[in-house]
Design a binder for this molecule. Structure first.
Ligand code: 9PG
Length: 450
């Protein structure tokens, strides 16, 4: 009898964890959360995973993994059943070795691309969508006092999903913003969601034919945010790919050569495609277009992205849900059963469970926090997030230096300069610069107490 099953969520925010098969996987209650949480085609298929599955019993791991895209592993009566495609490999042994051999097999087929961008400052987890050019200009000057490499502007600069032009908060335009970042010695980074479209955008209005439709012929909704429906592009259309190419090229033309591309799972959402093909196959072709429009020297970070289908083309990928300046939103996790929402615990748990992907692609566990201002995380919770960033090697924060007290500034400085020796000491713990860091207490997702 299998003791536990490694459940691999579909995209960045979808939960990944070892799960005791004797217990039911938490059931997601609200359909509106399901559409964000994981692959909607398998929303009710709780003990199944994207691309691979593994069983652990008495310390031995048996892994079943696909070398092609558009595949799934389902647990039935203690057995793993492969769904989709013919090209599977099985690996048996210690956990690390079994996952490494799958990763290597997968990368042989799809490539490897793991680039280190250096430390990143990102505007999301402090200013959220409330950014404007004065705030960003002032913050760049502060951030430049620290050894950051990238200054990345997150959501809030655009007119709408689909309308990728500066809104009225960035009156001088995005080229001027990129210039101000570069003048301070930082690499300009920008957030975009090239496969997502707001219902009320100009794009949806002008080119309704771009939208992915369901069987009833109405546009597919992949999320609901900022008071509007998020609709998906049909990325198998050549006119859509042409538009994607121009959109990415225009950001590069403005002077941004680090792009955080978000809500990418919209490009692989279920729907009726103009050119019938696998959802991930269509996604893969679309991100090939993105890479060719961006050029080889642009750093591309995938977010909200199908994990396996992104390997080899992106430089880095977010491997967990959004971090947050709080530990856990228990209403959403324990009571609704949705572990894909923002929260430090969700971010750490799922990101930790995807560390086996290291070396295939750079792994972004999301920002670490140093501030105590506007933050409910305790110092030890903050430390765990910082340590995970040091383990993954992708170091980022959204803390504005002006929010930090002296001690917090020193901690940030150390984090940015530090390259500690990282050694794995067990399946749930590491030695980070000689300190023992155990993630065991935060891993795994339990259903609400009955
Ligand atoms: C910007 C953010 C940040 C963040 C991303 C992504 O409404 N939603 O369901 C929803 C889900 C995720 C989300 C935002 C909204 O976060 O992960 O880093 O870039 O977008 O909007």
């Amino acid at each position: 009898m299998a003791a536990s099953f490694y459940r691999h969520g579909w995209h960045s925010w979808s939960p990944a964890a070892w799960h005791d098969t004797a217990r039911p996987w938490p059931r997601v209650t609200l359909p509106d959360l399901i559409i964000n949480a994981d692959d909607p085609e398998f929303a009710t298929d709780l003990l199944s995973g994207s691309g691979l599955g593994a069983i652990e019993s008495d310390g031995e791991v048996t892994l079943l993994g696909a070398l092609h895209l558009d595949s799934r592993v389902r647990m039935v009566d203690g057995e793993m059943i492969p769904l989709g495609g013919e090209d599977w490999i099985t690996a048996k042994g210690l956990e690390e070795a079994a996952f490494a051999s799958y990763r290597e097999g997968f990368c042989k087929r799809w490539g490897t691309r793991a680039t280190d961008p250096g430390p990143v400052w990102c505007s999301w987890y402090s200013f959220w969508g409330n950014i404007d050019e004065d705030l960003m200009t002032k913050t760049v000057a502060d951030v430049a006092q620290f050894p950051f490499s990238v200054f990345q502007i997150d959501a809030g600069w655009e007119r709408a999903l689909g309308d990728w032009q500066a809104n009225s908060s960035f009156r001088s335009g995005m080229p001027a913003m990129a210039e101000r970042i570069r003048e301070k010695g930082l690499r300009p980074g920008l957030w975009m969601a090239p496969f997502a479209v707001h219902r009320r955008s100009e794009l949806a209005d002008r080119y309704p034919q771009f939208l992915l439709l369901n069987d009833e012929g109405t546009p597919v909704r992949f999320a609901h945010n900022w008071g509007d429906d998020g609709l998906a592009l049909d990325v198998t259309r050549s006119d859509v790919l042409e538009w994607v190419r121009e959109t990415v090229a225009s950001a590069i033309g403005w002077g941004f050569d680090y792009l955080k591309l978000d809500f990418l799972y919209a490009g692989a959402f279920p729907g009726r495609r103009e050119t019938p093909m696998g959802r991930e196959e269509g996604y893969r072709r679309a991100i090939e277009t993105v890479r060719s429009a961006a050029g080889e020297n642009t750093f591309l970070l995938a977010c909200g992205a199908p994990i396996l289908a992104s390997i080899g083309l992106f430089d880095a990928i977010r491997i967990g849900p959004d971090a947050a300046p709080y530990w856990e939103d228990t209403a959403r996790t324990r009571w609704l059963g949705d572990w894909s929402g923002p929260g430090a615990r969700n971010a750490i748990a799922t990101s930790f469970s995807r560390l086996w992907l290291q070396r295939a692609i750079t792994l972004d566990p999301d920002v670490a926090f140093f501030r105590s201002r506007s933050n409910l995380l305790t110092p030890s919770q903050r430390r765990l997030g910082q340590d995970l960033a040091l383990i993954s090697g992708f170091r980022s924060t959204s803390d504005p230096p002006a929010w930090l007290d002296l001690e917090e500034r020193q901690l940030l400085e150390e984090f940015l300069n530090d390259r500690p020796v990282v050694l794995r000491s067990s399946s749930t713990s590491f030695e980070v610069g000689g300190r023992h860091v155990d993630f065991q207490p935060v891993l795994g997702f339990e259903d609400r107490p009955s």
